[in-house]
Every structure is written in structure tokens, then in C-alpha cells.
Write a protein that binds this ligand. Sequence first.
Ligand SMILES: *Cc1c(COP(=O)(O)O)cnc(C)c1O
Length: 443
Amino acid sequence: MSNSDLLQRSLNAVWHPCTQMQQHAAAADALPMVPIARGAGVWLYDFDGRRYLDGISSWWVNLFGHCHPRINAALREQLEELEHVILAGFTHRPVIELSERLSALTDGALGHCFYASDGASATEIALKMSFHSWQNRGRTDKQEFLCLAGSYHGETVGALAVTDVALFKDAYAALIRPACTVPTPDARLAEAGETAVDVARRAAAALERHLEGHHQRIAALIVEPLIQCASGMAMYDPEYLRLARALCDRYEVHLICDEIAVGCGRTGTFFAHEQAGIRPDFLCLSKGISGGYLPLSIVMTTAAVYADFYDPATSRGFLHSHSYTGNALACRAALATLDIFADDQVIDANRILAEHLGNCLRPLATHPQVRHLRQRGMIAAFDVVSDDPQFSQRFYRQALAHEILLRPIGNTVYFMPPYAISAAECEFLVTRATAALDAALHT
Ligand SMILES: *Cc1c(COP(=O)(O)O)cnc(C)c1O
């Protein structure tokens, strides 16, 4: 089997995500379609024997590399016991253990775990739970949500309501009941003399003005803690989360932390919100939680929210469900993932790795067309000065030609490699990315 057999069959039969399929049409400058035969560690191998360093963890899901022996072994073991069972009226060991261990990671603050299969569903569950819990308390006016400018919380119709990315949202505007958008604390918005903390305070002041006027109608504020990933790796100071938490308390509004992308050690702590010393009312997890193996998402919440639903009346319960809720294999992959975090002291090891990645990237800070080189933990990014509307695709193609997988968001090039990347592979990734950048800018 070769790349060319498979790519034509894929283009005929598979409708690929986040893609204008016509851009794959056969032509010299067509977007390449890469059939992957196998993966090992940070590497992906195609059917023609070429390799690619997975610099974006396959859309931010893969934590410890592809085909990890310990996760593979855990899944093989689970396959022999139980693949899946209905979670209404039934339960199983992996889902119980995972819920207990995640709860312990929040020191018990978020002691109730609700399960689904993808990130957008987790967003919708958190929104529905927040709204319904206020309804159950008799606060029937609380029907609105707040999100940040540039937020991304998924692409189902409900999740798009709290997503502020025009490219994904505008075509469906007629279907959406949009949330209200408040200013982002994105540190790049600093004016002369302002620090990241100043920007965070300015954004929090705007949030306060909005809550002052509208809090009776607002159920929850939803945020991506520390980094707004999908709109271009907008990083902000933890001060914003501290102030937002205090404001949500003062105005009786739930705080939803969507850690689908930034959770699981990405930003340097297991949960990103830990860096602000706060806890949310709802925490959404997905992507990395299964190590990048199986679709799984979790909404964790407090005893107070749980109590709002605990009642003799069925209709006051949270009746939401998905067929694969709490899938045993996915939960087992998540348990294996948590084992690796504990056994290998991944958070500590990542501190050293992140520093190395930062050192590799430093020379780019003086590149004439690079702005806002930034990093938090195992996510790094920079913005490219270029008015070429094709920059992102050009860079992506050049990156593949240089054996690396990187997909810029507009003019933002970012790195989100698996934690299994070695120091030498970090150097390879950045050296090749720099070469791909120069090639993309000069073609
Ligand atoms: C990816 C992502 C989602 C959506 O998750 P899906 O599994 O793609 O539906 C939601 N929120 C954030 C912050 C994400 O990065």
C-alpha cells in the first residue's frame, strides 16, 4: 500500500474535519493529504516511509506519544474484562476509580464527575447544568452566559453560542442563541507601559461593569484558563482568573473552567486554574485526559451544584445522556494516563522540558518577522508578520516537507508537542520550524 492509493480513496469517501475539501484537489499547489501507517513516540510514519514529528500532539490530545506501551497494555487488559456497559443503573471499576482520582486532584472541591465523549458535549453539559441548577433554585431569570472575546468552547450549536471565532460561527448565526462577550485579558493587548497583570485587571474591570448591570440574568461565565488556544494561543495572567472568581462569587454567577485543551499538565500544573489558586464551579476535561487514545470528556462539579439536582422529582434531575457515557475502555486509558503522571512525575519533568523548549525558541524572538514569542508550560507560540493570506497553508506544507507537523492558526505558529518529546527532538522541531518559516515567507 502506498500514500497515493490511500489519499485518493480518502478524498473520495472521507469528509475531513475543519477542511475546505476542494483545497485537496489534484494540482501542483494542492494541500497534501497524508495517510499515516503507524505512530511511535512523537513520530508519525506514512505509507511511503516518510516521518513527521507530531508538534501539535494530533490536535492537542496526545500526551505521552503514539502507541505508548503502558497505555496499550492497560487497554489490552481492559479489553479482556469489559469494553463498555450502560452507565444508567450500572457502574464499573474504571469509571469509579477515575472519578475518585480526578476528584482527589481537586482536593475534593469538584467531587462529582459527569461523563461524555467529546469536548463540545462537555461544554454543553456544563452550560445545561449551570442553567438547570439555577432553575431548580428558583432563579428562573438566570438564562444567559458570558464568554470572553476570542473564546473557543466547541462547535456544536450549543457550544458555538459561547465560541467567538467568526470563521466557525458566522455561517450558523441564524441557529445560535449567542452568549454575551466580554473583553479578553490577552496579554498581547498591553498598551505602552502596561504589564500582563494590568491587562488582566482592565479586562476584569470590564467584566465587573457587565456583571453589575446584568448579573440577575447570567447563569455562568465560561473561560479557557490561562490560554485561549483555538483563537491563536492568546495567553493571559492568572490574575484574571482570581478576579473573575471573586466577581462570580460576589454576583452569584457560576464559573466554568474549560480545561479541555489546557488541562492535564499542559500549562505547567495539572489543572491550569491551580495557578490562580482558585476552583471553578464546573471543570470541563477532554482531549489529553485519555492520553490521546479514545474519545472521553468529563464535567466535574461541586457538592453544592450536585445538591441542586438531588430531589425526589425526576425532572429536577440532570437527565442528559450519551450512548457511550463513561465508556470503560476510555476511562481505563485515562487511568493509565494518570498513572504515568504519578509514576514518572510528569509535572516536574515537564518543567525542565518546557525550559528547554523555551531555550530552543529564544533565537526566534529576534527574527524580523516574528512578534509576541510566548510560552506557558508545554505550549509556545509566536505571531508572524505577513500579509500573505495563504501564510498558514504555505507554512503547513513547508513544515511537512521538513518532517514536522505544525498547523498555524492564521499567522500564529504554535508548538504543543507530546510530553514524550526528547531534548534532541525539541531542537529538531524548532530548527525545522525556523527553516519552514523562512521557506514559507520567501515563496
Ligand atoms: C477542542 C476544544 C473544545 C472542543 O472539544 P471537541 O472534542 O473538539 O468537541 C472545547 N473547548 C476547548 C478549549 C477546546 O480546545
